[in-house]
Ligand binder design. Structure first.
Ligand SMILES: Cc1ncc(COP(=O)(O)O)c(C=O)c1O
Ligand SMILES: N[C@@H](CCOP(=O)(O)O)C(=O)O
Length: 462
């Protein structure tokens, strides 16, 4: 299995190299050269299997000879051992044909743990073999950062720097990133929004002198390993509702497009998915793109679902690559237009493919509050605002096929919005109960590439 860049000119890599490299050297994102498929029987056999067994079957074809089967099974076991639900990703029934996939039972209470805990294990195994030391830089709108810190804190061959937009994450999210005491953890509060943080990260990858000098690695969904690990819960949940013998649909609260792209990969692998619905908050660039056929960047408006306050949606590039039948030159051209002019127009053939593959919808702030309130009354489920965006949009796409909406974070990460909607204060789980008593350690940084690179170089020398 080889990995190719969405912009067509970077060297082809193995799974291990693609995982450790992050962004391709032509600015693109790595994807497998061929998407493997599972047969109807392979999928049927997953019924009754553990999450870990399904994870092995789904991911094994992608990793080549990076790990032996036994090594890979051990890494998967270790990754999910710290989750506090036996099913890892349990399904709850909301209504006769609407289900909620709870993805917040990992250590940092968001779906990011599913991939980040495994990436942490795979990185450590690879670094032990190579004897290398790396510098991870991540950009976060709130959840990737804490998940990455949790996965890499205390390791002596890794420094982890997390850029988050100052004042634009919830207090719980901020404290998850600023209270770890390990000296290899560096929380950086940057002036600007998440798009600025992600742009700075990509600029660091595109500066080869810096990148090679610090051994830069990425754990955002730039990293194919992140997307891959997220494919698994599409299979586990669909199978528990009767796939492959019947179809299911998914609605996915979406920002950087990594999670829903994982759903697309599951479909390409043979999972019978009917609808894949993109649910956006008021930062609705993806919904507008599907409606109009043009991607036009606007400013980011802060919302009660801050992790989805994104306009430049990194993994949309992977979907475009498929929509343009893997023509990297066209993708590179369109990505340059987005960077230079803030917009690009998708060809008719490509937008037809995207509209055939994805549906979309948008939830306003008022609708999101209303869904949190009514869902608690109707089903007893206390939703986080991101999951509530999903449930709101899913409501417009319910039909005969069972709909699974992804619940991407625990309500206790966003207590202010949840309390405003319901009057209930969601409590943090016991392992985080003293979060508000812990000391914070954070560096305020400008949105300035030189300053960021200087800070990172100085910190890793000490
Ligand atoms: C809680 C939550 N929901 C939804 C999303 C959107 O997921 P994605 O960026 O993969 O589209 C994020 C951020 O990634 C998130 O943290
Ligand atoms: N919502 C994310 C944004 C980064 O997404 P990623 O999937 O590319 O890591 C966050 O919580 O940080």
């Amino acid at each position: 299995m080889k990995y190719v860049s969405t912009r067509g000119t970077a060297p082809e890599l193995t799974f291990e190299d693609a995982m450790m490299t992050g962004l391709a050297r032509d600015g693109g994102l790595y994807v497998p050269d061929v998407i493997p498929t599972l047969s109807h029987d392979d999928i049927a056999e997953m019924a009754g299997q553990s999450y870990e067994e399904i994870a092995f079957t789904v991911m094994r074809p992608f990793i080549g000879d990076t790990f032996t089967d036994d090594e890979f099974r051990d890494l998967i076991e270790a990754a999910y051992a710290g989750f506090n639900h036996a099913a890892r990703a349990p399904l709850k029934q909301l209504d006769s044909n609407h289900f909620l996939l709870e993805l917040f039972h990992g250590p940092t209470l968001a779906f990011k743990d599913f991939a980040m805990q495994l990436i942490g294990q795979m990185f450590q195994a690879s670094l032990t073999r190579s004897g290398k030391r790396i510098t991870i830089v991540g950009a976060t709108s709130g959840d990737t950062g804490s998940a990455a810190i949790e996965a890499f804190r205390g390791l002596d061959n890794v420094d982890v720097f997390i850029l988050f937009p100052h004042g634009r994450v919830s207090e719980v999210q901020r404290r998850q990133m600023t209270t770890p005491v390990e000296s290899n953890v560096h929380a950086l509060a940057m002036d600007g929004d998440f798009d600025d943080c992600q742009a700075a990260l990509k600029d660091m990858f595109n500066d080869f002198e810096f990148r090679d000098g610090v051994n830069l690695a990425g754990v955002n969904s730039i990293n194919w390993g992140r997307v891959l690990a997220q494919v698994v819960y599409y299979f586990s949940s669909a199978v528990s509702l009767g796939a492959p013998h019947r179809k299911v649909s998914f609605t996915v609260p979406t920002g950087n497009f990594g999670d829903i792209f994982a759903g697309y990969i599951a479909k390409r692998m043979g999972l019978p998915i009917d609808q894949l619905v993109i649910a956006t908050n008021q930062n609705d660039i993806l919904h507008r793109t599907l409606e109009t056929g043009a991607q036009v960047k606007e400013g980011v408006t802060p919302s009660i679902s801050p992790s989805m306050d994104i306009q430049v949606s990194s993994n949309f590039e992977r979907a475009l690559f498929e929509a343009y039948e893997r023509d990297g030159a066209v993708v590179a051209e369109q990505m340059d237009e987005l960077k230079d002019k803030g917009e690009f127009t998708i060809s008719q053939g490509a937008i037809d493919m995207l509209r055939d593959t994805f549906a979309s919808g948008r939830a306003s702030e008022d609708e999101t509050y209303a869904t949190i309130k009514t869902e608690l009354m109707l089903s007893g489920e206390l939703l986080c605002p991101h999951s509530a965006v999903g449930v709101t949009v899913a409501g417009d796409h319910l039909g005969e096929t069972p709909m699974i909406t992804l619940a991407t974070a625990h309500p206790a990460k966003f207590p202010a919005a949840v309390e405003k909607a319901t009057g209930q204060h969601p409590d943090l789980p016991p392992h985080m109960a003293d979060l508000f008593e812990r000391d914070e350690r954070v560096t305020r940084v400008p949105s300035d590439l030189d300053a960021l690179q200087t800070l990172i170089k100085e910190r890793i020398q000490n």
